[in-house]
Structures are given as structure tokens and as C-alpha cells.
Design a protein around this ligand. Structure first.
Ligand code: PMV
Length: 312
């Protein structure tokens, strides 16, 4: 028994940051994401004498994976597993490796153990490890909202084929994990306002997306990103995920927009900037961001599919 599954990361345009005060890793805010093409986690699961986990060829101990597997085994007969996962992009640097990681892992386990779970059910299980992973089970634009906190596809990738340019400026792991950062943020005086105001941002972004209204989505996505980072800054100690190149890219993207490019930015819990563009605008944006001091790599991609079993 050996099964390989793949998944792409996703980036949120309306951000999830913070957890609800109840069990099950339930987000405090609804989110809207796009699943990316171009970056891929590939995970092979095989039956073994004991659980082992390697990431990019190195043995690792990951408390999140261990706890999640323990919980899964309370529901399903899952034998000891050798899990070998590979990311073709920097791990834990704000490129959503936990999203693609858990989406690929549950898909591989489902295949290897013959659980025959639906995609929606796998998404719910992935959410319990990493809420953003629930969204990587689906293609294109994806929502994650209450009351059931089940990720759902909104638009397929082909329905609005946006381009995404990622400006990578630091490939080291993040200093503070998302979970720790969220815990710290819950103490911020801004937290209640962040949670209260995100519901309206989310509803407006749904309308902008279904109407393919790029200017409206631009305003909402940049607002959600900057508001989340404002909350992060207003914690104790403040969470500062950006570096100098991050700020330079944000200014450059606004300048490009003023000059006529259809582009907006978003940044997760790390320094990399993602520039989302209307079709046809990505090349000029990639070229401009590649010239920003401190940017070491440009990844130019588009929207992609949800998690899949290799060969399917
Ligand atoms: O699901 P996590 O623990 O990787 O947290 C994701 C948090 C953000 O990437 C910053 C926002 C989001 O909605 O993906």
C-alpha cells in the first residue's frame, strides 16, 4: 500500500486570522481564497512498522501532524504510516505550506486506507489541522465560512483565470507560527474589531468575485491584508512578518496600478508578496517586482486545481 497525492497552496484575499473560542480549530473569521497553480506539495503515504514523517527528505517531528493523526485514528482504522512529503517551494515562509501539506496528506491517507471519504469531508478533516488547508481541497476561488465552517468552491479556476506573481524575499522559516501568532493576536485591543468587520468584507468580496469586479476586489483584498497586519502589529510583542523588500513591493504594486496595471497585493504570515493580476497583466508585474531590491525569486503562476491523487 503506497499512495501519492498532491495539493497546491492557496492564498486568502479575505483573511482568516484568529480562532473561535471552541474546540475543532474553528476560525474566528470567514475567508475567501484562491488556490494556486505552480507550487505543489507531493505526499506519499505507505504502511510501515511505525509512524515516520519526512519533509523534503529530512526526518521531522511535527506536533500538529502527530496530534491530528491521533485524532483521526479515533474515527478510522489507520495503520502506522510512513509519510514522505515534498514541497517544490520554500516551506513555512508564508507560502501556505501547511495548507497544501494537510490537503495532500488527507487525500493520500484517504486513498491509501480506502476510507472513500468525499472531498468535502476530507476538507473538514484537513481544517482541524490547519484551517487554510480546508480551502486547498478545492479549485479556484474558495470560501470558508460559518456556521458549519466547511470550505466550498465559489468559482472554478477557469471561470476567472487571474494571474498571480509571487515575490519571494526570504526563504527561511517564519519566526512565529500562525497558531502562536493567532493566540497572541486574540489579546490585542484590535481583535474584536477585526472579527466584527471581517464579516462585511467577506460578503462584499463574494459579490465582487461573482461579478468579476476586479477594482472592487482590489480594494477589499488590500484592506483585509493591511487590516490583518495592523492587528498583528498591535499585539504584544508586535508581530512583524514583513521585511524591507515586502514594503518596497507593496509600494511598487500601487505604483504599477496607478500607471494602469490591473494588480493588487496580499501578504500572509511571512514576508512574501503575492500580486494578483487580471489576465494579461502578470508579465509586466513579474518583471517590475523582479527588479525590487531584496527580491530573490519570482514565481509567476495562475489559479489551480484542488487536491488530487497522483494519476487522477
Ligand atoms: O491555516 P493556517 O494556520 O496556516 O493560518 C493561515 C493564516 C493566513 O494564511 C495568514 C490567512 C489565511 O486565511 O490563509
Amino acid at each position: 500500500m503506497s499512495v501519492t497525492a498532491c495539493a497546491h497552496p492557496n492564498i486568502a484575499l479575505i483573511k482568516y486570522w484568529g480562532k473561535a473560542d471552541r474546540p475543532g480549530n474553528v476560525p474566528a473569521t470567514p475567508s475567501l481564497s484562491i488556490t494556486l497553480d505552480g507550487l505543489t506539495t507531493t505526499t506519499t503515504v505507505s504502511e510501515a512498522a511505525e509512524d515516520t514523517f519526512t519533509l523534503d527528505g529530512r526526518p521531522v517531528t511535527d506536533a500538529k501532524v502527530t496530534q491530528w493523526l491521533t485524532a483521526l485514528r479515533r474515527e478510522y482504522a489507520i495503520p502506522p504510516l510512513a509519510i514522505a512529503s515534498h514541497n517544490d517551494f520554500p516551506t513555512a515562509a508564508g507560502l501556505a505550506s501547511s495548507a497544501s501539506g494537510f490537503a495532500a496528506l488527507i487525500t493520500a491517507i484517504d486513498g491509501a486506507c480506502g476510507l472513500e471519504l468525499s472531498r468535502a469531508y476530507c476538507s473538514g478533516l484537513a481544517r482541524q489541522a490547519s484551517a487554510s488547508a480546508a480551502r486547498s481541497m478545492f479549485s479556484g476561488f474558495v470560501t470558508l465560512q460559518g456556521p458549519d465552517w466547511q470550505a466550498e468552491p465559489l468559482l472554478e479556476a477557469a471561470d476567472w483565470p487571474l494571474e498571480v506573481v509571487i515575490a519571494v524575499s526570504d526563504t527561511g522559516g517564519k519566526a512565529v507560527s500562525s497558531s502562536d501568532g493567532m493566540r497572541r493576536s486574540a489579546e490585542s485591543p484590535y481583535f474584536a474589531a477585526w472579527v466584527d468587520s471581517t464579516a462585511a468584507d467577506f460578503q462584499q468580496a463574494l459579490a465582487a468575485t461573482t461579478a468579476r469586479d476586479f477594482p472592487a476586489l482590489t480594494e477589499l483584498a488590500e484592506h483585509s491584508c493591511l487590516k490583518m497586519h495592523g492587528l498583528m502589529l498591535a499585539t504584544r510583542p508586535g508581530l512583524l512578518y514583513w521585511n524591507a523588500a515586502t514594503v518596497a513591493c507593496l509600494h511598487r504594486i500601487r505604483q504599477l496600478r496607478a500607471e494602469g496595471s490591473a494588480v493588487f497585493f496580499t501578504v500572509d504570515a511571512g514576508p512574501q508578496v503575492k500580486a494578483v493580476c487580471l489576465p494579461g497583466h502578470g508579465e509586466a508585474v513579474a518583471e517590475a517586482l523582479g527588479r525590487v531590491a531584496g527580491v530573490s525569486r519570482i514565481i509567476h503562476t495562475r489559479l489551480g486545481r484542488g487536491a488530487w491523487l497522483e494519476g487522477s
